[in-house]
Design a protein around this ligand. Structure first.
Ligand code: FRU
Length: 502
């Protein structure tokens, strides 16, 4: 290992008072989702619990709200909810194999030494590099003098790209998969093994996708950010399906990992909203598998630069295998500590006539349980203006067993690239629809029956786009119970979180 030659903190444009004031006043900037103090964020990286604290690293550009000169931002939390910003973890070393960027990677515990495996970018090369921590707070990192630790991709494969790392240890041997795509064939995750995290031997692809296959989902030309892990009695391979011309999304496969090859049994899109991408997972000391993903913006690049910030982290989600073999997701219970002022209502019949609650806080949580009755669609409009000119509609379609979000009218200012997003949401016979909705300014994260997740970005123009409106179509349904909490409630506020219009 060698001390990083640029170890003295590099200088970045300061976050000056004017920018700070602009960010604080920005009505679209999330308040309780994690994001850096300013500038650009993309993938979560290096997730690890160290001496009881959760460390979150992330792709970060300290020079502005655009993707460029990627560093590893760093934050720490004791409770998964409140994050403290720490100094930048990794920065490109001039003249080094990561001089053009420290791209995505992971963290492992190498017998008491926190160790990062990440992609160093130099010109066209994107190669595995290693850095080891030298302090308990994971603030100081020494890059390995022999970086990159893998000199080149396997020579006999014709790859469209090769980067990002998932590393684990089994029976004293380190394994990693690196994301790649075989030209004309499909995405893949290439398996390596090592005795020491420094010398790596290429083995084989754990799985190769089929660029033509659309069942269960199209997984693209290349797999970014592969993450291979055990979950309950199965294994999961999560990949960021990348392609040149279609929207990117995260896909999961649940299956068996046998003889060092992955055999998928079930699969799908991790989050059908168009924002959630490049997730990474970690196992914590309670044995939970936790996942964060990058919630990218929907604004134009110019708008993001102008705003001075871009990208937020999803809420931490706990993963599990559902009885139907698919991947289940639910928000971690720690988030309940954010709850402030509460409003509750029970037993409300839903039909064509809208039921409306006014002035739901821009940072709030809504939990609603609905008996479907004989209704065919249930609509919940959030961020809805008084005259419904702006609204984001969440719809459960009973016949199709889907949960969708319609942002066609979400904003007078902004036309979403993909206004309609929809994903499977199967309910058992007689099961109630239970939605847990997190509103955080431009972020909406919806969890359905503690098993599916759907995140979108919305940028309402009107300040009164705060109402929640519910109705049922095709028949009647019944709200068994609805609870709402302000999540950023100020102690001096004593009004209710929201009020139902009678
Ligand atoms: C995914 C990704 C990774 C890469 C990183 C660069 O969003 O493109 O493949 O390592 O972001 O910031």
């Amino acid at each position: 290992m060698t001390a990083d030659p640029t170890a003295s903190p590099p200088q970045f444009p300061p976050i000056d008072d004017a920018l700070r004031a602009r960010l604080a006043a920005d009505v679209h900037r999330p308040r309780y989702h994690f994001l850096p103090e300013a500038n650009w964020l993309n993938d979560p990286n290096g997730l690890i619990q160290w001496q009881g604290l959760y460390h979150l690293f992330y792709q970060y550009n300290p020079h502005g709200a655009f993707h460029g000169t990627i560093h590893w931002g760093h934050a720490v939390s004791a409770d998964l909810v409140h994050w403290e910003h720490l100094p930048i973890g990794l920065h490109p070393t001039p003249g080094g194999p990561d001089q053009d960027g420290c791209w995505s990677g992971c963290a492992v515990d190498d017998d008491g030494v926190a160790t990062l495996i990440y992609t160093g970018v130099r010109g066209p090369d994107q190669l595995a590099c290693v850095a080891r921590s030298t302090d308990d707070r994971l603030i100081a990192w020494e890059k390995y003098v022999g970086n990159p630790v893998i000199a080149a991709p396997p020579p006999d494969l014709d790859l469209v790209a090769y980067r990002d790392h998932s590393v684990w240890r089994e029976d004293g041997v380190w394994y990693q998969v690196i994301g790649a795509g075989i030209r004309g064939v499909g995405g893949t995750a290439l398996l390596y093994r090592s005795p020491d995290l420094l010398q790596w031997e290429y083995m084989h692809p754990v799985l190769v996708g089929d660029i033509k296959a659309t069942d269960p989902v199209w997984t693209g030309e290349m797999w970014e950010c592969p993450d291979l892990f055990q979950l309950d009695d199965r294994h999961v391979l999560m990949v960021a399906a990348w392609n040149d011309h279609r929207l990117h999304y995260s896909a999961y496969m649940v299956g068996e990992f046998e003889d060092l090859r992955f055999k998928p049994q079930h699969g799908g899109i991790t989050d059908p909203g168009d924002s959630f991408y490049a997730p990474q997972t970690m196992r914590d000391d309670q044995g939970r598998r936790l996942m964060w993903g990058w919630l990218r913006e929907d604004w134009s690049g110019d708008h993001q630069r102008e705003a001075g910030w871009s990208g937020a982290m999803s809420l931490p989600r706990e993963l599990f295998i559902r009885p139907d073999g698919h991947l289940g997701q639910r928000p971690v219970p720690e988030l309940q500590m954010l709850r402030g002022i509460q409003m509750s209502d029970t037993n409300i019949v839903l039909g064509d006539e809208p039921v409306r609650w006014i002035a739901v806080d821009e940072a709030s949580e809504i939990i609603v349980e609905i008996e479907l009755g004989d209704a065919t669609y249930i609509d919940l409009d959030v961020r809805c203006s008084e005259d419904d000119e702006e609204r984001t509609r969440i719809t459960f379609d009973r016949a199709a067993q889907t949960l969708g979000v319609d942002r066609t009218r979400a904003s007078l200012l902004h036309a979403p690239v993909m206004p309609l997003t929809v994903g499977p949401h199967p309910l058992a016979e007689g099961e109630t629809l239970r939605l847990q909705i997190f509103l955080d300014h431009s972020v909406i994260e919806i969890f359905g029956n503690e098993r599916t997740a759907h995140a979108v970005r919305v940028y309402p123009a009107r300040r009164d786009s705060l109402d929640l409106v519910a109705h049922a179509r095709g028949g009647h349904a019944r709200i068994v119970q609805i609870d709402m909490w302000d999540l950023d409630s100020q102690p001096q506020r004593d009004s209710l979180a929201a009020t139902r219009v009678e």
